[in-house]
Design a binder for this molecule. Sequence first.
Ligand SMILES: C[S@@+](CC[C@H](N)C(=O)[O-])C[C@H]1O[C@@H](n2cnc3c(N)ncnc32)[C@H](O)[C@@H]1O
Length: 365
Amino acid sequence: MAPRRTKATCEVKRPPLQVYRRKESGTIYLGDALDLFRNEISPGTVDLIVTSPPFGLVRKKDYGNVDAHKYLEWFRPFGEAFKKALKPKGSLVIDIGGAWIPGQPTRSLYHYELLVMLCREVGFHLAQDFFWWSPSKLPTPAEWVTVRRIRVKDAVNCIWWLSPTPWPKASNRRVLLPYSDSMKHLLKNGYKAQRRPSGHDISAKFSTDNGAAIPPNLIALPNTESNSFYLRYCKEHEIKPHPARFPVELPQYFIRMLTDPGDLVVDPFAGSCASGEAADRLDRRWVCCELVESYLRGALGRFEDARDCHQKHLFKSCPARRQDGDEMSYKLHHPSAGWTHQHEFGPLPADGGEARPPTGRSNGR
Ligand SMILES: C[S@@+](CC[C@H](N)C(=O)[O-])C[C@H]1O[C@@H](n2cnc3c(N)ncnc32)[C@H](O)[C@@H]1O
């Protein structure tokens, strides 16, 4: 069934909740996630809900987004259902993109309002806010970024890690990174204990080699897969891939950090079931739910390869990570790296860019 071309997800025709496919370690449901939590998920049984809900985008996408201003109202019952379903030490991880106010270069507060609502009204604690930086993001919205040159490229999604308790089950040891070259140098040559300009004392313990580095809350991950099981399956079966997928490594990161093998992971807005694939690879039990049947037809491809080729051991022993040719680290310039004389491009537009530059020219250039 194709999604109806309507304004909001809440208006997409809802199929009654049904099991779409059962797999060895998980189940894919077709239907409304609220029905899933009402009818299929017992209270206090879920270790992790990791999901990317439809965003309150101002520009309508064909998977049916709700308007930003209606977002909180729409999300509230899901928030309450998620809290009820989680174990006391469980976690809710929400990947959510920001939105621009239509027609003006300012941002919607909807995803921050969502966070405040989930904490103040539903009773979650904010364990940590993460930022998913996609190095391959295009410079959008073009009108503000490349035409009028009054905003910079919007390249991060917020990820809210919430929990019913201030002490969710977690370990950063599961998501360690290799040491940087400068840290390796420091470990090799020693570090002189001293006070930083911030006032923090850096003790000699800083130069203890722990084998790997604790990552920051910035996840650098491009969203540019081109040769996955999923895409190949979609191509072979002439299925249009889901237009708003996250890379499997994103849910995988949080599944590693926040759950143990055998734990239950749920993605209520599953789309192409990337979270199901991540959980499957890590030997967690999982449940995915999606409203639009055509997305689930493609999602089956995430699990077919392992089953049909009897290569499950290979599938599992090869965690979803970079494909050959993908970069494993990204360089972010120091902000001053490209600075030139501040008058080089003339004065700032006194009207804040309100008057559009003539075609073919952009402000300040
Ligand atoms: C941003 S997409 C998720 C994409 C997914 N993370 C992936 O990688 O494929 C959000 C999905 O939520 C689905 N959705 C919206 N409302 C829903 C509901 N009430 N119950 C279940 N799914 C819903 C939409 O159809 C859409 O596929």
